[in-house]
Design a protein around this ligand. Structure first.
Ligand SMILES: [Zn+2]
Length: 374
């Protein structure tokens, strides 16, 4: 009993232990004496801690304590002090140590420690700061800190769209003006590759690349957002589509209040209950943008008409609340099939027809009862 007690104690209070740890730089010396031994054992795992106990701890919380301690210590070294709200798997907002949140002293630093404690990443969302970086558990030096890494157009090698890609978009009825307004760019690696720039308050926060033959790649280490997020800042009505080109297409039909999901559609609707935010892996972009969507009273789901597109509409509606969701009905192509997405309608029927499709969206639940969701 005497031997197992300390571990039981840790199970119940390890978060507060970390907090007392991270707010002091002298670590174990500041801890109450009775915790000191436990603490030093914990820090030196796996040498002294029986593996099965650690496994139990990890299973219970999905958190590797040794890594978490290490990550929090490294965050402190770069000036980020985690407060009580620093729980792995969540996004929290702190005062940025570089700009102190500017004049309004807003908590502009978004910090995320990944669920398993492997690494933490942060970004300051003030336009004139943009301080960002990552620290990793397990590396001995802080040299791995990518400090002040603003993703800059220059550092990613982004350049203005060239004639070839402008022509490619032209065939899809996307105008140069729309491309410019959405800051669509390119990189050149053997061939010109489209770079859809993801922005948040005007700051570049991510980038998705797409070759002409439809291969995709996402800039690594960036937080996932909806594409076009700044366009729904003040909107009470929002259109959600399944790809960046569909977002540009909807704009050609006269609607700027449109966002695209960043990573396509799931194969089918999950038959499980909605997972909690931190475990909702395929929909982190949704949770990251939730405060924007919470303000919206009407959401038109204009995802693709195929099975994955309908599954995406259903998954989004589950998270948004079905009462405020509407669903477009893609027009018939011929007797047997319908157009699949916004760009197909734009290309074949023109901007007026696409506008009509959006204006004639049906109440989601009614649409599902008439046509099925998946
Ligand atoms: Zn800042």
């Amino acid at each position: 009993m005497g031997r197992t007690m300390p571990f039981t104690m840790i199970q119940h209070c390890h978060f507060s232990l970390f907090n007392s740890y991270t707010t002091s730089t002298t670590t174990a010396l500041m801890l109450p004496r009775r915790l000191g031994r436990v603490w030093s054992r914990l820090l030196s795992y796996p040498r002294h801690l029986p593996g099965n106990i650690m496994e139990r701890l990890e299973k219970r919380n999905g958190i590797d304590i040794t890594k978490l301690v290490d990550v929090k210590r490294k965050l402190e070294l770069v000036g980020i002090n985690c407060d009580d709200s620093c729980i792995p798997g969540r996004y929290i907002h702190l005062l940025c140590p570089k700009c102190q949140g500017g004049q309004s002293m807003e908590r502009s630093l978004s910090l995320h420690i990944v669920q398993d404690g492997d690494f933490a990443m942060w970004r300051c969302f003030r336009v004139d700061c943009g301080w960002a970086g990552r620290v990793f558990a397990g590396s001995n030096s802080v040299r791995k800190v990518i400090s002040s890494r603003k993703i800059m157009e220059q550092s990613l090698g982004l350049e203005p769209l060239g004639e070839q890609l402008i022509a490619y978009f032209g065939e899809r009825m996307i105008s140069e003006e729309t491309l410019r307004r959405n800051s669509v760019m390119q990189i050149y690696v053997d061939q010109a590759v489209i770079a859809f720039t993801y922005r948040h308050n005007g700051v570049l926060v991510g980038c998705k690349y797409r070759t002409i033959d439809k291969k995709f790649r996402q800039e690594k280490g960036t937080v996932k957002w909806l594409y076009g997020l700044d366009d729904i800042n003040e909107a009470s009505e929002v259109i959600i589509v399944e790809g960046e080109i569909d977002k540009l297409s909807v704009e050609e039909a006269g609607f700027q209040n449109c966002v695209s999901v960043p990573c396509g559609a799931p194969q089918k609707v999950s038959d499980k209950e909605l997972p909690p935010r931190e475990k909702d892996t395929g929909f982190q972009y949704f949770w990251n943008c939730k405060e924007y969507l919470d303000k919206v009273s009407r959401i038109i789901l204009a995802t693709d008409g195929d099975t994955p597109g309908r599954a995406l509409a259903e998954e989004l509606a589950r998270r948004l609340g079905k009462d405020r969701c509407w669903r477009v009905r893609w027009p018939k192509k011929d007797e047997f099939c319908s157009f699949k997405d916004a760009n197909e309608v734009l290309k074949h029927l023109g901007p007026g027809a696409l506008k009509e499709v959006i204006e004639n969206a049906e109440l989601y639940q009614l649409h599902v009862s008439l046509h099925g969701s998946h």
